[in-house]
Design a protein around this ligand. Structure first.
Ligand SMILES: [Zn+2]
Length: 131
C-alpha cells in the first residue's frame, strides 16, 4: 500500500513539477508589463526551484526503493504482497544488453532489482535463444 502510493507519487512528480514551472512562466508573463519586478524575482528563484524539483524527485525515488527493499528482503512483492522468486530480467536503464538478477512476482508480473528499482521490461522469451 505504502509502496504503491510512493511509486505513483514518484511517477507523477515530474509532471507536477513541469506543470508548476509552466504556471510560474504564465505568472511571470502576465506580470511583465504590469509589475516587472515579479518576473525578475521569479527568474532569480528559478535555479532554486530546479534544485527543489530534481531533489524532490530523487528523494521520492530513494523512499520508494527503500520501502521496496524492505519488502523484498522477506521475498514479498512490494506491489501486491505475493511471493517473489529469483529471476533474470533485462534492465531497460542499463547500458549493456545483459540480463540482471531480479526478484520477479508471479502475481502481478513485476520484477524488482536488488536496489528496489522496478524493472519495466517483460521477461526474456526462451524461443529467441535457439541459436
Ligand atoms: Zn506482485
Amino acid at each position: 500500500m505504502l509502496y504503491r502510493f510512493t511509486h505513483a507519487l514518484a511517477e507523477a512528480y515530474g509532471f507536477v513539477a513541469f506543470g508548476c514551472f509552466v504556471l510560474l512562466f504564465l505568472i511571470a508573463f502576465a506580470f511583465t508589463v504590469l509589475y516587472p519586478i515579479v518576473p525578475l524575482i521569479l527568474i532569480m528563484l528559478a535555479p532554486f526551484a530546479v534544485v527543489l524539483a530534481v531533489g524532490g524527485s530523487r528523494l521520492l525515488r530513494i523512499i520508494e526503493h527503500s520501502i521496496a527493499r524492505r519488502r523484498l528482503q522477506t521475498s514479498r512483492c512490494p506491489n501486491c504482497g505475493g511471493r517473489c522468486e529469483a529471476a533474470r530480467r533485462m534492465d531497460s536503464d542499463a547500458d549493456d544488453e545483459a540480463p540482471v538478477e531480479a526478484l520477479a512476482c508471479a502475481g502481478c508480473g513485476r520484477a524488482f532489482a536488488a536496489s528496489g528499482r522496478l524493472l519495466q521490461t517483460p521477461p526474456q522469451s526462451s524461443s529467441s535463444a535457439a541459436h
